[in-house]
Design a protein around this ligand. Structure first.
Ligand code: HEC
Length: 155
């Protein structure tokens, strides 16, 4: 009885959140969507810092700090849930993730960790002025690029 009531409450909560049954039960398709959403957040926050570094937006310490803080948070997301076996571009649709990821998981994890290092370096620099942001940009952007070069198919 309690279990039934709990199950009903969980179902109601999930419905209230607007989650479909599919979203509540992770599939390859959902994992692909989730990691692409994470990547979009990477690009959004890196773009804010990049625009400042390139002089396309005025430097603002609080904005730079918030973007860098977000990147650090994103780098802490577990990769295991979003990179399900069978979600590579040779097996699944609508993804550019190369099968090489799953053949070289330790290296993929190292490149993900390097992104975290770059994000933390930017977090330490972001509030310290435009020159500090520019100096941290190469390492951070380079960490994105190093992984894309090896593990992301061209568009
Ligand atoms: C450890 C590897 C790795 C790192 C680090 C990484 N990416 Fe990615 N990124 C990928 C892979 C693999 C894909 C393809 C994912 C897919 O299509 O399923 C991708 C896809 C993307 C996409 C396309 C998303 C979409 O909607 O299809 C963007 C934008 C992106 N990355 C930006 C970034 C930025 C910016 C950074 C650094 C701040 C970054 N990524 C760091 C591996 C990485």
């Amino acid at each position: 009885m309690t279990t039934l009531r709990t199950a009903a409450a969980v179902a109601a909560a999930i419905a209230a959140l607007g989650l479909t049954a599919a979203a509540a039960n992770p599939t390859v398709e959902n994992a692909i969507h989730a990691r692409q959403a994470q990547m979009d957040l990477h690009a959004f926050n890196l773009g804010i810092l990049g625009a400042m570094a390139q002089g396309k937006a005025p430097y603002d310490a609080a904005t730079a700090q918030a973007a860098a803080d977000n990147l650090v948070l994103l780098s802490g997301l577990s990769a295991t849930l979003h990179w399900l076996p069978g979600s590579d571009n040779a097996t699944a649709a609508d993804t550019r993730a190369l099968p090489a990821i799953w053949a070289n998981l330790a290296d993929f994890a190292a490149k993900y960790a390097a992104f975290g290092d770059g994000a933390r370096a930017m977090q330490a620099a972001a509030g310290g002025g435009l020159d500090a942001v520019k100096a941290a940009m190469g390492g951070l952007g380079g960490a994105c690029g190093a992984c894309h070069q090896t593990y992301r198919a061209p568009e």
